[in-house]
Ligand binder design. Structure first.
Ligand code: ZN
Ligand code: ZN
Ligand code: ZN
Length: 251
């Protein structure tokens, strides 16, 4: 956190040096991003990402959408517009903040160029099936969680920025190989799951492996990691998860 001198913000442990929450999914030839964060440029450079086939948005909070402009070099490299998928509200905000990226035809070459697709139900990007779930992210705000299916059944659930995981999503997530879940901090919070709320959901869903994300600076990686049960860990920047290797917990 800017200006903070707490032990986590000052920590030399790379697992405590956190940029904004997002993931990159590589499946066969397909390269997908979930959320273009305020740190998207740095995250792409750091992870060596040189191609993005589509971006999927969880919600329109600034830390999740403001990196749209950084799609610019990828549009140029790929010589194509990049499709963005989000709720009507996400798309409305992208249209308002980045009108030049949405404009058809582009005002000039060299701008980010995106096509907007509203999420209304399960959709596909190539061979990847993506099922959205509406999540409460505070009393009056909704985000989307997603279950990804590479063709051999659901393999990954990505549920960040939520205060709860509704029953229909829990049912679909039951026994999934990999679950990535919001766990902001230990103390109660209006819009995010706490560590104990996240652990409760993991106990019910019984994923093969659970990773917590979107932690704030009250969560020291080593300290909290030592308190977690088997099969549950805090994610960290740069973490790579191989869904092919991952197994359901019971097998
Ligand atoms: Zn701090
Ligand atoms: Zn967020
Ligand atoms: Zn949010």
């Amino acid at each position: 956190m800017i200006g903070c001198s707490c032990p986590v913000c000052q920590s030399k442990d790379p697992a405590n040096q956190r940029l904004r929450s997002s993931i990159h999914i590589q499946s066969g030839e397909k390269s997908l991003i979930v959320d273009t964060t305020t740190d998207f440029r740095l995250q792409c450079l750091r992870a060596g990402i040189d191609r993005v086939d589509a971006v999927i948005y969880t919600h329109e909070h600034a830390d999740h959408i403001l990196g749209v402009d950084e799609l610019r070099p990828l549009c140029l490299r790929q010589d194509s517009r990049i499709p963005l998928y989000g709720s009507a509200r996400v798309l409305e905000n992208i249209r308002r903040i980045f009108p030049y990226a949405v404009h058809q035809p582009p005002p000039y070459k060299g701008l980010p160029q995106v096509d907007l697709h509203e999420i209304t139900g399960t959709f596909r990007i190539g061979h990847i099936g993506i099922t959205p779930f509406e999540l409460p992210h505070g009393p009056r705000f909704k985000s989307h969680g997603f279950i990804f299916n590479e063709g051999r059944g659901p393999c990954l659930g990505y549920f960040t920025d939520c205060k709860a995981v509704p029953e229909n999503a829990r049912r679909s997530l039951k026994g999934i190989k990999i679950l990535i879940l919001d766990a902001l901090r230990k103390n109660d919070h209006l819009t995010h799951l706490t560590l104990s709320e996240a652990l409760e959901i993991v106990r019910e869903i019984q994923p093969g492996h659970a990773y917590f994300t979107h932690m704030n600076h009250e969560m020291d990686h080593a300290t909290v990691s030592a308190e977690l049960p088997r099969g549950v860990q805090l994610a960290h920047d740069g973490l790579v998860i191989d869904t092919q290797q991952a197994k359901p917990r019971d097998s």
